[in-house]
Design a protein around this ligand. Structure first.
Ligand SMILES: [Zn+2]
Length: 266
């Protein structure tokens, strides 16, 4: 089911980890951001778009993780964009002979059989530094950073006051740092500053996973993510409900501890 969050901007929430797909209505068709997750959900989303009397004219993946680069044949063969770096990163994954096995290892077991791999990751990289998604619809600004993954982009639909955050600013997940990066903490803090610089114009924040937030949530989520990352930086235990004793996802505190371990080394 598509839920309207702003004029011409609709969100579909998946069963897996409250993953959000975003549909932006353009003149002749829609821009589809991070479609997910299962075969049934993707086919349903294609139907919902058809019911709007639209076709998919462009896709966009916020970053090169499996749950953000899925696609379904019924969306058609519109270009699926990503940042230059994001597209290069998933291309590298797909270039290894056993990429399906590699990705399958990380899939949630309860959904693994229902996740279509055929069209996974077939992105068209935009030119490095591209500032906008090339399509015939409301202007969509690309805010590229590398807070969570290489070539991660948040999208800002300025006219509508919507920030599509990708895997940041979630109410259910704490920041997942890019542990492969040289300076994961600095990168994450820089990304949060980038969000802060546009926050005044944001009325709706759509995280990759979790609840859609209103204007009052935008800065609160930036602050919560920043407090978490700064605690990691300073070697403190974060005071963060997402990884505390009553965390909404019971497995998350373990991932948090693992992340701290990775950052501090043996
Ligand atoms: Zn994700």
């Amino acid at each position: 089911m598509l839920k309207r969050v702003a004029e011409g901007v609709l969100v579909h929430e998946s069963e897996f980890l409250q993953s959000n797909s975003v549909v932006v209505q353009g003149r002749d068709g829609v821009l589809l951001i991070d479609p997910g997750i299962t075969e049934t959900e993707l086919a349903g989303l294609a139907n919902d778009i058809r019911d709007l009397g639209r076709t998919v004219v462009a896709g966009f993946s916020t970053h090169p993780d499996w749950d953000h680069v899925l696609w379904h044949a019924s969306f058609g063969d519109a270009p699926r964009y990503g940042t230059a770096r994001g597209a290069a990163s998933i291309r590298e994954v797909l270039s290894s002979a056993d990429w399906k096995e590699q990705i399958a290892e990380g899939l949630p077991p309860e959904h693994a059989d229902e996740i279509p791999m055929e069209l996974l990751g077939l992105l068209t990289g935009l030119p490095a530094g591209a500032a906008r998604v090339p399509w015939d619809g409301p202007e969509v600004r690309i805010l590229e950073h590398r807070g969570h993954a290489p070539g991660h982009a948040a999208l800002l639909i300025e006219d509508r006051g919507v920030l599509v955050a990708g895997d940041m600013l979630s109410d259910i997940l704490m920041p997942f740092l890019d542990l492969q990066a040289a300076k994961p903490i600095d990168d994450y803090l820089a990304a949060l500053r980038l969000f802060e610089s546009v926050a005044d114009g944001v009325d709706v924040v759509v995280p990759g996973h979790g609840s859609v937030g209103g204007a009052e949530e935008v800065r609160a989520r930036i602050e919560l993510d920043r407090a978490y990352v700064e605690a990691l930086r300073d070697g403190r235990d974060p005071d963060d409900p997402r990884v505390g004793p009553s965390a909404p996802l019971e497995w998350l505190p373990d991932v948090h501890r693992w992340q701290v371990q990775q950052l501090t080394g043996p």
